[in-house]
Design a protein around this ligand. Sequence first.
Ligand SMILES: Cc1ncc(COP(=O)(O)O)c(C=O)c1O
Length: 401
Amino acid sequence: MQALGERYLRFQKALDGAPLPAALVDLAAFDRNLARLLAPVVAAGKTLRVASKSVRVPALLRRALAAKGARGVMTYCAKETLALAEDGFEDLLLAYPTVQRSDQEALVAASKRTTVSVVCDAVEQLEALSSVAGVAGVEGRVIAEVDLGFRPVGDTVHLGVRRSPLRTATDIAAFADRVARTPHLRFCGVMGYEAHIAGLGDSFAGKQIVSAARRALKVRAQREVERTRGEIATVLRARGHAIETYNGGGSGSVDWTSREPWLTEVTAGSGLLDSHLFDHYQDIRFEPAAYFALQVVRRPKAGMVTCLGGGFVASGQAGVDRLPIPALPEGCALLPLEGAGEVQTPVVLPAGVEVALGEPIFFRHAKAGELAEHFAEYHLIDGARVELAPTYRGRGWCFLG
Ligand SMILES: Cc1ncc(COP(=O)(O)O)c(C=O)c1O
């Protein structure tokens, strides 16, 4: 029994006969991750904006926001923004643009309850927001997004996510002018998310060359990001645009983005739960806080068990790293030829470990927020106490299908 490990036994006890599959969050680990994220942000006199997409459980968002130095939520959907505003969340920044009228109406309704800012990068988005804001008699707060992709050889190589067409300080300044000229809108600031740095693991066991190459790339890309974000601040101020909000960062880059003087706030979400894509960073380590438990239902051979369910594959570029990992008992592994299956997931057990039929194996998802799409509630474990908290799905919230 000892071989199962302290955490396995603790989580097993906490679930105590709950129907499986079940999802759980270890609140002590969540709080330590929160403190780790807040430390550099607060030291730099900034605030931490919590990325809702990486959490998707209102009780956990609230827990993070109760901490000193946390302020506001980065939302991912207009209707989500309204739902959170109706729930009493404040200072909402929708980071993903939309042009749908029903979305604009939701944003305008939300902005009657709290401060709502909307990231935009195209005239169509401005016009859509302006027309609905005008009818409702509210002012739409616009944050311009700059694309921070790293393009070392012109436009042929683009390292980074494809987000905004606005790439330079001049682009952003022209866009800010355009916002200022658009009725019912106000230019409120800038968002520049360095996804290719914050989201890039750079420390892989047994892969020294790949890890070193990624670290070198990050150093170069980081210099570019700082230069671009700095230029934007200078140019906007020179043109008389106040920057109320200057948002950057993610869990994987919280330390250095916090030190960038022009940013007013840093966003993070995934680090709170520490999904397993965050296991491979040299400079930042979080503690796994979110797991899902599957029931062991078969024993195809000695040293191997099969769990019911488990095929929660993460979005993004398809690859083995998007599969969940069997985390507890420690030392378990998926079968390369089966991976995590829709209804069955076989797991190889480490030598000397037995898991009886009916008992759980605890897995970690590759991405923090997506786990919540598979469960109506999370078991929040706080020492000996366990509380059930609805996820977005449990609230009946399904924003992106
Ligand atoms: C605009 C933006 N900022 C920040 C983040 C960082 O979030 P996390 O800390 O969950 O990686 C994301 C995540 O995708 C994002 O889209």
